[in-house]
Ligand binder design. Structure first.
Ligand code: ZN
Ligand code: FE
Length: 252
């Protein structure tokens, strides 16, 4: 499985997945037609489009790509009215094949009601859309704090070596937020230096891994004592800590 990162709009990432044995080409979250088509042209075909959620910056390329390549569009059944051109309605925990590759649908609502992640277990890769970012998580637009919290716990429980490909390049501002409320975390300071040199070269900070996120992403560190104390919420539950951090990030 080969993953190509496609920069779209100002800070979106779409991804092309190529599976050689059956010559299957798929795109995750085509933000815009032109940027995706430029990469797809190298393969001269597109079999599948996978959408993590219905927001325009993740589905705007759907219809034009479908028209040009006759690709099938897969998305959450809960978003069947909102994902343009959807053909295959996916359900929680469903296993689905694209060529020889198999992924599992992880239901991760919170950012939107129907948000899903695509987990390729054998390849140890997960596409998380706007649920989990490198060092951050999506804003809660349609769901509840509890839904978002439960979604992040599901992702946190994937094998640590799992590579994470998310929907946006928000790593830099996420890191600044993490450092503010987790100032004793030396890994964040190391990460900051590395990240600056990556971004200076205009390279993506993606993928990250579940292991790195557990160590550095404050939205997965709701059980960390020093973070809780820093918030003056020593006795609060993990979910309360998460909710507080989410609120603070909204106005950061
Ligand atoms: Zn979104
Ligand atoms: Fe987005």
């Amino acid at each position: 499985m080969k993953v190509e990162i496609i920069k779209c709009l100002s800070d979106n990432y779409s991804y092309l997945i190529y599976e050689k044995e059956t010559n299957t080409v798929s795109i995750i979250d085509p933000s815009e037609f032109a940027a995706c088509d430029k990469i797809i042209k190298k393969y001269n075909k597109l079999d599948f489009i996978l959408n993590t959620h219905h927001h325009a910056d993740h589905v705007d390329g759907n219809l034009n790509l479908k028209k040009k390549y006759n690709a099938k569009i897969l998305g959450s059944g809960l978003d069947k009215e909102r994902i343009p051109g959807i053909d295959v309605l996916l359900k929680e925990n469903q296993k689905q094949k694209i060529g020889n590759l198999e992924f599992q649908v992880i239901f991760v609502p919170g950012h939107t009601k129907g948000h899903i992640a695509f987990y390729f277990k054998k390849e140890k890769i997960v596409f998380t859309g706007d649920a989990l970012f490198s060092l951050g998580c999506g804003r809660i637009f349609e769901g509840t704090y509890k839904e978002m919290f439960d979604s992040l716990v599901k992702l946190k429980n994937l094998p640590p070596e799992t590579k994470v490909y998310c929907g946006h390049e928000y790593t830099k501002s996420n890191l600044e937020f993490c450092l503010k409320y987790d100032p004793k975390n030396n890994l964040l300071k190391d990460k900051s230096l590395k990240l600056d040199s990556i971004l200076k070269k205009n390279l993506p900070s993606i993928p990250t891994t579940i292991e790195d996120e557990i160590k550095m992403n404050i939205f997965l560190r709701f059980d960390n004592v020093s973070i809780k104390e820093g918030l003056n919420l020593k006795d609060s539950s993990d979910q309360e800590i998460f909710s507080k951090l989410r609120d603070l990030k909204d106005t950061f």
